[in-house]
Design a protein around this ligand. Structure first.
Ligand SMILES: NC(=O)C1=CN([C@@H]2O[C@H](COP(=O)(O)OP(=O)(O)OC[C@H]3O[C@@H](n4cnc5c(N)ncnc54)[C@H](OP(=O)(O)O)[C@@H]3O)[C@@H](O)[C@H]2O)C=CC1
Ligand SMILES: O=C1OC[C@@H](O)[C@H](O)[C@H]1O
Length: 423
């Protein structure tokens, strides 16, 4: 009972947090577009942050912007994105536009002197990423802050998980992310090539980012990559599902399997193959370490194999669990398995044990709230938890996405025209 009470209390507070009194010097954030993700990504997290005010929004249709502002209590509505960026009362921009517009509007915002919290994936491809993250604007003291919003990385679950093993010992990783068919219509921004859509750019970007984090390196080779195309009549340059196998420099292998329109998996497949599939909807990641062997003085051997399963690494504030499974095999002098022991432990992480500087956070903080804390700390020159998505990390992420698309035979997502003009 106490467990259920705590679960509901924590989850309720995540979505309806206490509203903090705003400090003098609070950052004033403007939102580009009345985006679906904005309430979750910035508006709710900002409520409990004493140093953040969501002060303005602009949308292509001013009426839509007005309605959005009214609903979320945003005081300023600008007629255009350019007006929002030019507003001298705004010092930070949240950019949740479709992927294909990330580059253009982020460069414009930075050039106007604003810090930018940029939705993932940062841009359309590695060419854009190099141009953006290595921009001369970031050189010199008091440089602006730009963060690719890989929110899951900022939650203590992810960072604690990474401390449970040494990256060089990882043998196999498997990431499965799927979403049941119909959640996003097939003409959604996620499936429009000119807006840099594609499953690999969406849920797939988390799969790529997480395996890079687990191996703490970039893949040496893409062994295979394939996709399920969009159905006839929809954008054939977009992947509805993506499957890839990567080989890492330590000899380990990662498999990703990501589907944004999952169907089937029921009894009577011929009748049910088009039914939306709920099973497998929780993003799940499995990590198998290389077995280690200890020899005793009498010549017998003990081999230990560890496996971790992380349930819902993408949204741990709603639910998560790490399963730590250990198999120990005792071998006799002839090398025959004399005894096998299986142990399983479960782990949940909602807090940092300590942070170098600043607030530790609350157990009800969402990934987005932890991310906002880190963003503000960086703008204010504080260390905080120390977690960050470094510029080279964002570039390498896009390099791996591009290489995967090439391997499938699909084109790399298109480079923005702004790359040549708004530099
Ligand atoms: N961090 C996370 O958990 C999530 C991140 N995302 C990321 O956020 C971004 C936006 O996703 P989401 O909020 O779901 O998207 P939306 O469909 O809500 O689109 C976002 C904004 O983009 C503009 N827009 C929409 N369609 C078009 C179009 N055809 N052409 C030009 N502009 C368009 C609209 O701006 P306007 O209001 O001005 O019309 C809209 O408000 C993506 O980069 C996505 O990857 C998405 C979901 C979750
Ligand atoms: O980042 C994301 O996370 C949640 C998903 O619903 C969405 O498609 C994706 O963009």
């Amino acid at each position: 009972m106490a467990f259920l009470y705590n679960y509901f209390r924590r989850t309720y507070t995540t979505f309806f947090p206490p509203v903090a009194t705003k400090n003098d010097g609070a950052l004033r954030i403007g939102i580009l577009g009345a985006a679906n993700i904005a309430p979750q990504g910035i508006i709710t997290p900002a409520k409990s942050h004493p140093e953040v005010i969501v002060a303005a929004v602009a949308a292509r249709d001013p009426k839509k912007a007005e309605a959005f502002a009214k609903k979320h209590g945003i005081p300023i509505v600008h007629k255009t994105y350019d007006d929002l960026i030019a507003d001298p009362s705004i010092n930070c921009i949240y950019n949740p536009l479709p992927n294909g517009l990330h580059y253009e509007w982020t460069i414009k915002a930075l050039k106007a002197g604003k810090h930018v919290l940029l939705e993932k994936p940062s841009v359309s491809n590695a060419e854009e990423a190099r141009s953006l993250f290595r921009h001369p604007l970031f050189q010199g003291p008091n440089a602006l802050v730009l963060l690719e919003a890989f929110h899951y990385r900022f939650h203590p679950l992810w960072q604690t998980f990474l401390t449970l093993f040494d990256a060089k010992d990882v043998e196999e990783v498997e990431v499965k992310n799927s979403l049941l068919a119909g959640v996003f219509p097939r003409d959604d921004i996620r499936f429009i090539y000119s807006l840099s859509g594609g499953t690999l750019m969406d849920f797939g970007a988390y799969a790529v980012s997480s395996v890079r984090g687990i191996f703490a390196s970039e893949p040496a080779n893409i062994k295979s990559a394939s996709h399920r195309p969009m159905p006839a009549g929809f954008d054939q340059k977009c992947d509805e599902a993506i499957f890839a196998v990567y080989e890492f420099p330590n000899g380990g292998v990662a498999k990703i399997s990501v589907d944004l329109q999952a169907t089937g998996g029921y009894w009577f497949p011929a009748l049910t193959k088009n039914w939306p599939r709920l099973k497998g909807s929780l993003p799940t990641l499995t990590v198998k370490l290389r077995a280690t062997t200890d020899k005793s003085s009498d010549g017998s051997e003990k081999s230990t194999q560890k496996r971790f399963i992380v349930h819902n690494y993408m949204g741990p504030h709603i639910f998560h669990r790490i399963d730590i499974a250990t198999t120990i095999q005792h071998k006799d002098l002839q090398g025959k398995v004399a005894k096998t022991e299986n142990k399983i432990e479960y782990m949940k992480v909602y807090n940092w044990p300590t942070v170098q500087e600043g607030r530790k956070g609350e157990e009800w903080w969402s990934t987005y709230r932890f991310q906002l804390e880190a963003f503000v700390n960086r703008v204010k020159g504080r260390t905080g938890s120390g977690v960050w998505v470094e510029p080279d990390d964002s570039i390498q992420q896009m390099e791996m996405i591009d290489a995967t698309y090439r391997k499938t035979g699909l084109p790399v997502r298109p480079t923005s025209k702004a790359l040549g003009s708004v530099t």
